[in-house]
Design a protein around this ligand. Structure first.
Ligand code: SF4
Length: 482
Protein backbone atom coordinates (compact mmCIF):
# COMPACT_ATOMS: atom_id res chain seq x y z
CA UNK A 1 0.00 0.00 0.00
CA UNK A 2 1.08 3.53 -0.39
CA UNK A 3 3.03 4.59 2.68
CA UNK A 4 0.90 4.97 5.78
CA UNK A 5 -2.31 3.56 4.25
CA UNK A 6 -4.24 1.66 6.92
CA UNK A 7 -6.35 -0.47 4.58
CA UNK A 8 -9.51 1.23 5.78
CA UNK A 9 -10.95 3.24 2.91
CA UNK A 10 -12.75 5.64 5.26
CA UNK A 11 -9.33 6.76 6.50
CA UNK A 12 -8.59 8.43 3.16
CA UNK A 13 -9.48 12.11 3.28
CA UNK A 14 -12.66 13.31 1.57
CA UNK A 15 -14.25 9.85 1.41
CA UNK A 16 -17.99 9.57 2.04
CA UNK A 17 -20.21 6.53 2.28
CA UNK A 18 -23.46 7.89 3.71
CA UNK A 19 -24.89 10.53 1.42
CA UNK A 20 -27.69 11.14 -1.05
CA UNK A 21 -29.03 13.85 -3.33
CA UNK A 22 -28.86 15.40 -6.78
CA UNK A 23 -25.67 14.76 -8.76
CA UNK A 24 -25.04 18.42 -9.61
CA UNK A 25 -25.34 19.53 -6.00
CA UNK A 26 -23.20 16.63 -4.79
CA UNK A 27 -20.40 17.37 -7.26
CA UNK A 28 -20.55 21.06 -6.39
CA UNK A 29 -20.39 20.28 -2.65
CA UNK A 30 -17.39 17.99 -3.14
CA UNK A 31 -15.61 20.55 -5.31
CA UNK A 32 -16.06 23.21 -2.63
CA UNK A 33 -15.02 20.71 0.09
CA UNK A 34 -18.26 21.32 1.96
CA UNK A 35 -19.82 17.81 1.87
CA UNK A 36 -20.49 16.82 5.47
CA UNK A 37 -19.67 13.48 7.07
CA UNK A 38 -22.85 11.61 7.87
CA UNK A 39 -24.07 8.27 9.14
CA UNK A 40 -27.25 6.25 8.77
CA UNK A 41 -29.39 5.98 11.89
CA UNK A 42 -30.90 2.87 10.28
CA UNK A 43 -28.90 0.57 8.05
CA UNK A 44 -29.78 -2.62 6.21
CA UNK A 45 -27.91 -5.34 4.35
CA UNK A 46 -24.38 -3.93 4.32
CA UNK A 47 -21.87 -5.96 2.30
CA UNK A 48 -18.99 -6.97 4.56
CA UNK A 49 -15.33 -6.44 3.61
CA UNK A 50 -14.48 -10.03 4.54
CA UNK A 51 -16.30 -11.40 1.48
CA UNK A 52 -14.22 -9.17 -0.79
CA UNK A 53 -10.99 -10.45 0.77
CA UNK A 54 -12.22 -14.00 0.36
CA UNK A 55 -13.55 -13.71 -3.16
CA UNK A 56 -10.40 -11.95 -4.35
CA UNK A 57 -8.29 -14.96 -3.35
CA UNK A 58 -10.54 -18.02 -3.47
CA UNK A 59 -9.37 -19.09 -6.94
CA UNK A 60 -5.67 -19.16 -5.97
CA UNK A 61 -3.96 -22.46 -6.77
CA UNK A 62 -2.51 -24.72 -4.06
CA UNK A 63 -4.23 -22.76 -1.32
CA UNK A 64 -6.45 -23.35 1.69
CA UNK A 65 -8.70 -20.61 3.06
CA UNK A 66 -9.32 -20.64 6.81
CA UNK A 67 -12.01 -18.28 8.01
CA UNK A 68 -11.67 -17.61 11.72
CA UNK A 69 -15.31 -16.80 12.41
CA UNK A 70 -18.76 -18.13 13.24
CA UNK A 71 -20.23 -20.23 10.47
CA UNK A 72 -22.59 -17.50 9.23
CA UNK A 73 -19.72 -15.32 7.98
CA UNK A 74 -18.96 -17.74 5.16
CA UNK A 75 -22.55 -17.78 3.85
CA UNK A 76 -21.61 -15.40 1.05
CA UNK A 77 -18.84 -17.66 -0.22
CA UNK A 78 -21.39 -19.68 -2.19
CA UNK A 79 -21.18 -17.00 -4.89
CA UNK A 80 -17.38 -17.09 -5.08
CA UNK A 81 -17.48 -20.90 -5.07
CA UNK A 82 -19.97 -20.94 -7.95
CA UNK A 83 -17.82 -18.46 -9.89
CA UNK A 84 -14.71 -20.52 -9.30
CA UNK A 85 -16.40 -23.71 -10.47
CA UNK A 86 -17.87 -22.12 -13.60
CA UNK A 87 -14.55 -20.33 -14.22
CA UNK A 88 -12.74 -23.69 -14.23
CA UNK A 89 -15.20 -25.07 -16.79
CA UNK A 90 -14.72 -22.01 -19.02
CA UNK A 91 -10.95 -22.43 -18.77
CA UNK A 92 -11.09 -26.16 -19.49
CA UNK A 93 -9.77 -27.06 -16.03
CA UNK A 94 -11.01 -30.55 -15.11
CA UNK A 95 -11.90 -32.15 -12.78
CA UNK A 96 -13.73 -29.15 -11.43
CA UNK A 97 -13.28 -28.68 -7.70
CA UNK A 98 -14.50 -26.33 -4.98
CA UNK A 99 -12.16 -23.99 -3.09
CA UNK A 100 -10.68 -25.54 0.05
CA UNK A 101 -12.50 -23.57 2.67
CA UNK A 102 -12.30 -24.25 6.41
CA UNK A 103 -14.28 -22.25 8.96
CA UNK A 104 -13.23 -22.41 12.62
CA UNK A 105 -16.89 -22.13 13.62
CA UNK A 106 -16.69 -19.81 16.60
CA UNK A 107 -19.33 -20.40 19.25
CA UNK A 108 -20.37 -18.75 22.54
CA UNK A 109 -17.69 -20.68 24.41
CA UNK A 110 -14.94 -19.41 22.12
CA UNK A 111 -16.16 -15.85 22.51
CA UNK A 112 -15.55 -16.19 26.26
CA UNK A 113 -12.50 -18.48 26.30
CA UNK A 114 -10.83 -17.33 23.08
CA UNK A 115 -10.64 -19.10 19.73
CA UNK A 116 -6.90 -19.44 19.19
CA UNK A 117 -6.85 -23.18 19.97
CA UNK A 118 -9.46 -23.79 17.25
CA UNK A 119 -7.45 -21.74 14.78
CA UNK A 120 -4.28 -23.70 15.55
CA UNK A 121 -6.18 -26.96 14.98
CA UNK A 122 -7.63 -25.68 11.70
CA UNK A 123 -4.17 -24.74 10.38
CA UNK A 124 -2.74 -28.16 11.28
CA UNK A 125 -5.73 -29.86 9.70
CA UNK A 126 -5.34 -27.78 6.51
CA UNK A 127 -1.73 -28.88 6.12
CA UNK A 128 -2.37 -32.51 6.93
CA UNK A 129 -5.38 -32.80 4.63
CA UNK A 130 -4.34 -30.74 1.58
CA UNK A 131 -0.54 -30.10 1.69
CA UNK A 132 -1.00 -26.62 0.19
CA UNK A 133 1.66 -24.05 -0.60
CA UNK A 134 -0.41 -21.27 0.97
CA UNK A 135 -2.81 -21.02 3.88
CA UNK A 136 -4.78 -17.77 3.99
CA UNK A 137 -6.36 -16.94 7.36
CA UNK A 138 -9.26 -14.49 7.34
CA UNK A 139 -10.25 -12.67 10.51
CA UNK A 140 -13.84 -11.68 11.34
CA UNK A 141 -15.79 -9.36 13.64
CA UNK A 142 -15.88 -12.06 16.33
CA UNK A 143 -12.13 -12.79 16.29
CA UNK A 144 -11.37 -9.05 16.21
CA UNK A 145 -13.71 -8.15 19.07
CA UNK A 146 -12.33 -10.78 21.44
CA UNK A 147 -8.77 -9.97 20.39
CA UNK A 148 -7.54 -13.37 19.16
CA UNK A 149 -3.93 -12.85 18.12
CA UNK A 150 -4.06 -14.42 14.68
CA UNK A 151 -0.60 -13.10 13.73
CA UNK A 152 0.96 -14.66 16.83
CA UNK A 153 -0.68 -18.05 16.16
CA UNK A 154 0.47 -17.96 12.54
CA UNK A 155 3.99 -16.81 13.50
CA UNK A 156 4.36 -19.59 16.03
CA UNK A 157 3.06 -22.35 13.73
CA UNK A 158 5.07 -21.08 10.75
CA UNK A 159 8.20 -22.41 12.46
CA UNK A 160 6.95 -25.98 12.23
CA UNK A 161 4.82 -26.19 9.10
CA UNK A 162 5.67 -25.88 5.40
CA UNK A 163 2.84 -23.84 3.81
CA UNK A 164 3.21 -20.06 3.99
CA UNK A 165 0.67 -18.66 6.46
CA UNK A 166 -0.95 -15.41 5.37
CA UNK A 167 -3.22 -13.71 7.93
CA UNK A 168 -5.66 -11.25 6.38
CA UNK A 169 -7.15 -8.65 8.70
CA UNK A 170 -10.62 -8.16 7.27
CA UNK A 171 -12.83 -7.96 10.39
CA UNK A 172 -16.16 -6.81 9.00
CA UNK A 173 -16.75 -4.02 11.51
CA UNK A 174 -13.53 -2.18 10.64
CA UNK A 175 -14.90 -0.65 7.45
CA UNK A 176 -18.27 0.10 5.92
CA UNK A 177 -16.68 0.19 2.47
CA UNK A 178 -16.50 -3.36 1.20
CA UNK A 179 -13.57 -2.51 -1.14
CA UNK A 180 -11.44 -2.26 2.04
CA UNK A 181 -11.51 -6.08 1.87
CA UNK A 182 -9.49 -5.97 -1.37
CA UNK A 183 -6.95 -3.72 0.35
CA UNK A 184 -6.68 -6.13 3.29
CA UNK A 185 -5.85 -8.95 0.85
CA UNK A 186 -3.18 -6.88 -0.93
CA UNK A 187 -1.65 -5.68 2.36
CA UNK A 188 -1.23 -9.34 3.32
CA UNK A 189 0.23 -10.27 -0.08
CA UNK A 190 2.76 -7.43 0.18
CA UNK A 191 3.73 -8.37 3.71
CA UNK A 192 3.95 -12.15 3.43
CA UNK A 193 4.48 -13.12 -0.20
CA UNK A 194 6.48 -10.52 -2.08
CA UNK A 195 10.20 -11.03 -1.91
CA UNK A 196 12.30 -8.03 -0.98
CA UNK A 197 15.24 -6.74 -2.96
CA UNK A 198 15.89 -6.30 -6.66
CA UNK A 199 14.31 -8.71 -9.06
CA UNK A 200 15.21 -9.25 -12.72
CA UNK A 201 12.72 -7.28 -14.82
CA UNK A 202 10.79 -9.10 -17.57
CA UNK A 203 10.34 -6.85 -20.61
CA UNK A 204 6.70 -6.63 -21.70
CA UNK A 205 5.28 -8.13 -18.50
CA UNK A 206 2.27 -6.27 -17.13
CA UNK A 207 0.60 -6.93 -13.78
CA UNK A 208 -3.10 -7.10 -14.57
CA UNK A 209 -5.04 -6.79 -11.32
CA UNK A 210 -8.54 -8.14 -11.63
CA UNK A 211 -11.24 -9.08 -9.15
CA UNK A 212 -13.26 -12.28 -9.29
CA UNK A 213 -16.01 -10.54 -11.18
CA UNK A 214 -14.20 -10.66 -14.51
CA UNK A 215 -15.49 -13.38 -16.82
CA UNK A 216 -13.12 -15.61 -18.78
CA UNK A 217 -14.30 -13.97 -22.02
CA UNK A 218 -13.42 -10.58 -20.55
CA UNK A 219 -10.04 -11.86 -19.43
CA UNK A 220 -9.29 -13.09 -22.96
CA UNK A 221 -10.46 -9.82 -24.51
CA UNK A 222 -8.30 -7.73 -22.19
CA UNK A 223 -5.28 -9.98 -22.74
CA UNK A 224 -5.83 -9.73 -26.51
CA UNK A 225 -5.85 -5.92 -26.28
CA UNK A 226 -2.69 -5.92 -24.18
CA UNK A 227 -1.09 -8.21 -26.75
CA UNK A 228 -1.57 -5.48 -29.38
CA UNK A 229 0.70 -3.29 -27.24
CA UNK A 230 3.25 -6.10 -27.00
CA UNK A 231 2.35 -6.80 -23.36
CA UNK A 232 1.93 -10.15 -21.64
CA UNK A 233 -0.41 -10.21 -18.65
CA UNK A 234 0.44 -11.55 -15.22
CA UNK A 235 -3.17 -11.96 -14.08
CA UNK A 236 -3.47 -11.35 -10.30
CA UNK A 237 -4.96 -12.67 -8.02
CA UNK A 238 -7.86 -14.33 -9.85
CA UNK A 239 -6.78 -17.85 -10.98
CA UNK A 240 -3.32 -17.01 -9.76
CA UNK A 241 -0.61 -18.88 -7.86
CA UNK A 242 2.31 -18.29 -5.51
CA UNK A 243 4.67 -18.27 -8.52
CA UNK A 244 2.62 -15.61 -10.32
CA UNK A 245 2.44 -13.46 -7.19
CA UNK A 246 6.22 -13.72 -6.80
CA UNK A 247 6.59 -12.40 -10.37
CA UNK A 248 4.74 -9.16 -9.53
CA UNK A 249 7.93 -7.12 -8.85
CA UNK A 250 9.42 -8.29 -12.18
CA UNK A 251 6.73 -6.52 -14.21
CA UNK A 252 7.48 -3.54 -16.41
CA UNK A 253 4.12 -1.86 -15.70
CA UNK A 254 0.82 -2.44 -13.85
CA UNK A 255 -2.84 -1.78 -14.44
CA UNK A 256 -6.16 -2.84 -12.98
CA UNK A 257 -9.45 -3.77 -14.59
CA UNK A 258 -11.51 -2.22 -11.81
CA UNK A 259 -10.89 1.31 -10.61
CA UNK A 260 -11.17 0.46 -6.91
CA UNK A 261 -9.14 -2.75 -7.13
CA UNK A 262 -5.42 -2.72 -6.25
CA UNK A 263 -5.24 1.08 -6.59
CA UNK A 264 -3.31 1.43 -3.33
CA UNK A 265 -1.28 -1.71 -4.04
CA UNK A 266 -0.16 -0.31 -7.42
CA UNK A 267 1.03 2.82 -5.62
CA UNK A 268 3.09 0.63 -3.30
CA UNK A 269 4.58 -1.30 -6.22
CA UNK A 270 5.55 2.00 -7.76
CA UNK A 271 7.20 3.22 -4.55
CA UNK A 272 9.00 -0.04 -3.75
CA UNK A 273 9.80 -1.53 -7.17
CA UNK A 274 9.50 1.52 -9.48
CA UNK A 275 6.68 -0.08 -11.49
CA UNK A 276 4.65 2.64 -13.24
CA UNK A 277 0.91 2.05 -13.40
CA UNK A 278 -2.23 3.18 -15.15
CA UNK A 279 -5.31 3.94 -13.04
CA UNK A 280 -8.12 5.19 -15.24
CA UNK A 281 -11.54 3.54 -15.61
CA UNK A 282 -13.12 0.14 -16.07
CA UNK A 283 -13.11 -0.80 -19.78
CA UNK A 284 -16.90 -1.00 -20.22
CA UNK A 285 -18.43 0.96 -23.11
CA UNK A 286 -16.71 2.74 -26.00
CA UNK A 287 -15.43 5.80 -24.13
CA UNK A 288 -14.14 3.83 -21.14
CA UNK A 289 -12.53 1.10 -23.25
CA UNK A 290 -10.72 3.78 -25.29
CA UNK A 291 -9.62 5.57 -22.13
CA UNK A 292 -8.43 2.42 -20.37
CA UNK A 293 -6.47 1.27 -23.45
CA UNK A 294 -4.89 4.70 -23.99
CA UNK A 295 -3.83 4.76 -20.31
CA UNK A 296 -1.93 1.47 -20.67
CA UNK A 297 -0.48 2.40 -24.08
CA UNK A 298 0.94 5.65 -22.66
CA UNK A 299 2.85 3.65 -20.05
CA UNK A 300 4.83 1.82 -22.71
CA UNK A 301 5.07 4.54 -25.37
CA UNK A 302 2.66 2.76 -27.75
CA UNK A 303 0.20 5.64 -28.22
CA UNK A 304 0.37 5.39 -32.04
CA UNK A 305 -0.46 1.66 -32.05
CA UNK A 306 -3.30 2.32 -29.62
CA UNK A 307 -4.84 5.03 -31.81
CA UNK A 308 -4.67 2.80 -34.89
CA UNK A 309 -6.35 -0.02 -33.03
CA UNK A 310 -9.05 2.23 -31.54
CA UNK A 311 -9.82 3.65 -34.98
CA UNK A 312 -10.17 0.22 -36.57
CA UNK A 313 -12.31 -1.07 -33.69
CA UNK A 314 -14.60 1.97 -33.88
CA UNK A 315 -15.08 1.33 -37.62
CA UNK A 316 -16.01 -2.25 -36.86
CA UNK A 317 -18.35 -1.78 -33.92
CA UNK A 318 -20.06 1.59 -34.45
CA UNK A 319 -22.64 0.29 -36.98
CA UNK A 320 -23.49 -2.45 -34.46
CA UNK A 321 -23.73 0.10 -31.63
CA UNK A 322 -26.16 2.05 -33.83
CA UNK A 323 -28.38 -1.06 -34.17
CA UNK A 324 -28.53 -1.37 -30.37
CA UNK A 325 -29.08 2.38 -30.00
CA UNK A 326 -32.25 2.11 -32.10
CA UNK A 327 -33.62 -0.31 -29.51
CA UNK A 328 -32.54 1.65 -26.42
CA UNK A 329 -32.53 5.35 -27.24
CA UNK A 330 -34.31 7.52 -24.65
CA UNK A 331 -34.82 4.72 -22.10
CA UNK A 332 -34.46 5.87 -18.49
CA UNK A 333 -32.01 3.90 -16.34
CA UNK A 334 -31.24 3.35 -12.66
CA UNK A 335 -27.79 1.87 -12.00
CA UNK A 336 -26.53 0.14 -8.86
CA UNK A 337 -23.10 -1.44 -8.52
CA UNK A 338 -19.64 -1.24 -7.03
CA UNK A 339 -17.94 2.11 -7.59
CA UNK A 340 -15.91 1.02 -10.64
CA UNK A 341 -18.76 -0.83 -12.36
CA UNK A 342 -21.56 1.61 -11.66
CA UNK A 343 -19.64 4.55 -13.12
CA UNK A 344 -18.54 2.49 -16.10
CA UNK A 345 -22.13 1.37 -16.75
CA UNK A 346 -23.35 4.96 -16.48
CA UNK A 347 -20.86 5.96 -19.17
CA UNK A 348 -21.80 2.94 -21.30
CA UNK A 349 -25.51 3.78 -21.48
CA UNK A 350 -24.59 7.04 -23.22
CA UNK A 351 -23.30 4.94 -26.14
CA UNK A 352 -26.87 3.73 -26.55
CA UNK A 353 -28.56 7.12 -26.03
CA UNK A 354 -30.08 6.13 -22.69
CA UNK A 355 -30.72 8.57 -19.85
CA UNK A 356 -29.42 8.11 -16.31
CA UNK A 357 -32.02 8.92 -13.64
CA UNK A 358 -30.47 7.32 -10.57
CA UNK A 359 -27.10 5.92 -9.47
CA UNK A 360 -26.32 3.91 -6.35
CA UNK A 361 -22.66 3.42 -5.49
CA UNK A 362 -20.87 2.59 -2.21
CA UNK A 363 -18.33 5.42 -1.99
CA UNK A 364 -17.82 9.03 -2.98
CA UNK A 365 -14.24 10.30 -3.14
CA UNK A 366 -11.90 12.21 -5.46
CA UNK A 367 -11.96 9.35 -7.99
CA UNK A 368 -15.75 9.25 -7.95
CA UNK A 369 -15.89 13.02 -8.33
CA UNK A 370 -13.99 12.76 -11.62
CA UNK A 371 -16.55 10.25 -12.92
CA UNK A 372 -19.56 12.15 -11.60
CA UNK A 373 -18.34 15.36 -13.25
CA UNK A 374 -18.12 13.48 -16.55
CA UNK A 375 -21.55 11.86 -16.09
CA UNK A 376 -23.09 15.21 -15.17
CA UNK A 377 -21.81 16.62 -18.43
CA UNK A 378 -23.71 13.98 -20.42
CA UNK A 379 -26.71 13.09 -18.24
CA UNK A 380 -27.35 16.40 -16.44
CA UNK A 381 -28.90 16.10 -12.98
CA UNK A 382 -29.82 12.67 -11.59
CA UNK A 383 -30.19 11.18 -8.12
CA UNK A 384 -27.09 9.71 -6.42
CA UNK A 385 -27.34 7.38 -3.43
CA UNK A 386 -24.00 6.75 -1.74
CA UNK A 387 -24.84 3.47 -0.12
CA UNK A 388 -23.33 0.06 0.47
CA UNK A 389 -26.47 -1.98 -0.40
CA UNK A 390 -29.23 -0.37 1.77
CA UNK A 391 -32.11 -2.03 -0.15
CA UNK A 392 -34.78 0.04 1.63
CA UNK A 393 -33.36 3.24 0.10
CA UNK A 394 -32.94 1.63 -3.28
CA UNK A 395 -36.53 0.40 -3.64
CA UNK A 396 -37.85 3.75 -2.41
CA UNK A 397 -35.83 5.54 -5.10
CA UNK A 398 -36.59 3.08 -7.89
CA UNK A 399 -40.29 3.16 -7.06
CA UNK A 400 -40.21 6.97 -7.12
CA UNK A 401 -38.12 7.38 -10.30
CA UNK A 402 -39.81 4.58 -12.27
CA UNK A 403 -36.94 3.87 -14.68
CA UNK A 404 -37.48 1.77 -17.82
CA UNK A 405 -34.69 -0.53 -16.72
CA UNK A 406 -32.65 -1.23 -13.60
CA UNK A 407 -29.01 -2.21 -14.18
CA UNK A 408 -27.14 -3.71 -11.24
CA UNK A 409 -27.71 -5.96 -8.22
CA UNK A 410 -31.33 -6.86 -9.02
CA UNK A 411 -32.46 -8.81 -5.95
CA UNK A 412 -34.83 -6.12 -4.65
CA UNK A 413 -35.79 -3.89 -7.56
CA UNK A 414 -36.73 -6.92 -9.67
CA UNK A 415 -39.73 -7.31 -7.35
CA UNK A 416 -41.04 -3.89 -8.37
CA UNK A 417 -41.81 -5.31 -11.82
CA UNK A 418 -39.15 -3.23 -13.61
CA UNK A 419 -36.94 -5.01 -16.17
CA UNK A 420 -33.58 -5.67 -14.54
CA UNK A 421 -30.22 -6.78 -15.81
CA UNK A 422 -26.77 -7.10 -14.35
CA UNK A 423 -23.63 -5.25 -15.35
CA UNK A 424 -21.69 -7.42 -12.93
CA UNK A 425 -21.98 -10.47 -15.15
CA UNK A 426 -19.13 -12.60 -13.97
CA UNK A 427 -19.68 -15.38 -16.46
CA UNK A 428 -20.39 -13.55 -19.72
CA UNK A 429 -18.73 -10.71 -21.66
CA UNK A 430 -19.06 -7.10 -20.53
CA UNK A 431 -15.66 -5.54 -21.29
CA UNK A 432 -13.85 -4.23 -24.32
CA UNK A 433 -15.56 -3.48 -27.63
CA UNK A 434 -17.19 -6.88 -28.08
CA UNK A 435 -18.27 -7.00 -24.45
CA UNK A 436 -20.22 -3.78 -24.80
CA UNK A 437 -22.14 -5.18 -27.77
CA UNK A 438 -23.08 -8.24 -25.76
CA UNK A 439 -24.12 -6.08 -22.80
CA UNK A 440 -26.12 -3.66 -24.96
CA UNK A 441 -28.07 -6.48 -26.58
CA UNK A 442 -28.68 -8.03 -23.18
CA UNK A 443 -30.16 -4.76 -21.83
CA UNK A 444 -32.36 -4.39 -24.93
CA UNK A 445 -33.56 -8.01 -24.70
CA UNK A 446 -34.47 -7.50 -21.06
CA UNK A 447 -36.50 -4.35 -21.75
CA UNK A 448 -38.31 -6.02 -24.64
CA UNK A 449 -39.07 -9.12 -22.54
CA UNK A 450 -40.20 -7.87 -19.10
CA UNK A 451 -42.47 -10.88 -18.40
CA UNK A 452 -40.30 -12.42 -15.68
CA UNK A 453 -40.14 -9.25 -13.59
CA UNK A 454 -43.84 -8.52 -14.05
CA UNK A 455 -44.76 -11.99 -12.82
CA UNK A 456 -42.27 -11.70 -9.97
CA UNK A 457 -43.88 -8.43 -8.84
CA UNK A 458 -47.27 -10.14 -8.81
CA UNK A 459 -46.10 -13.02 -6.65
CA UNK A 460 -43.19 -11.73 -4.51
CA UNK A 461 -43.54 -8.89 -2.03
CA UNK A 462 -40.92 -6.55 -0.68
CA UNK A 463 -40.97 -6.27 3.14
CA UNK A 464 -41.68 -2.51 3.33
CA UNK A 465 -44.90 -0.75 4.31
CA UNK A 466 -46.64 1.47 1.77
CA UNK A 467 -45.86 4.49 3.96
CA UNK A 468 -42.10 3.98 3.49
CA UNK A 469 -42.41 4.72 -0.24
CA UNK A 470 -43.89 8.13 0.64
CA UNK A 471 -40.98 9.05 2.93
CA UNK A 472 -37.74 10.71 1.78
CA UNK A 473 -35.35 7.89 0.76
CA UNK A 474 -32.58 9.70 2.64
CA UNK A 475 -34.56 10.14 5.86
CA UNK A 476 -32.14 8.05 7.91
CA UNK A 477 -28.95 9.80 6.77
CA UNK A 478 -27.90 12.07 9.61
CA UNK A 479 -25.13 14.62 9.38
CA UNK A 480 -22.36 14.14 11.96
CA UNK A 481 -21.27 17.77 11.75
CA UNK A 482 -24.40 19.56 12.90
S1 SF4 B 1 -17.08 -10.57 9.54
FE1 SF4 B 1 -18.64 -9.41 10.71
S2 SF4 B 1 -19.79 -8.23 9.16
FE2 SF4 B 1 -18.61 -9.82 8.08
S3 SF4 B 1 -20.05 -11.54 7.86
FE3 SF4 B 1 -18.87 -11.89 9.76
S4 SF4 B 1 -20.12 -10.96 11.40
FE4 SF4 B 1 -20.89 -10.16 9.43
Amino acid sequence: MSQGYSGIRESRSFTYNDCGGGSLELADGFRKKCLKNADRSFSQGLQCQQINSLSALMSMEDSVFIVHSPQGCVGCTTMATDLYRVGQAHRGVYPIRSPRLIVTNFDENDIIQGGEAKLRKAIELAEERYHPKLIFIFTSCASGIIGDDVDAVAGELQETIKPILVPIHCDGFKSKICASGFDAAFIAIAKHLLEQGDQQKEAGLINLFAPTTVSYKDQLEIERMLGILGLKANYIPFYSSLEKIRRIPAAQVSTAICKVFADEFMKELHEKYQIPFSHTVMPIGVRNTDKWFRGVAALVGKEKEAEEYIESEHKRIMPLVEDIRRRLEGKRVFICGGTGRSFAAAALIDDFGMKLVGLETPTYDADAQEDIEYLNSIHGDYIVDIANMQPFEQVNLVNRLKPDVFIGVPSWSARLGIPTTHVLDMKRPTMGYDGMLYLGNKIADQIENPGFNKKLARHARLPYKKSWYEESPFRFIKSLEG
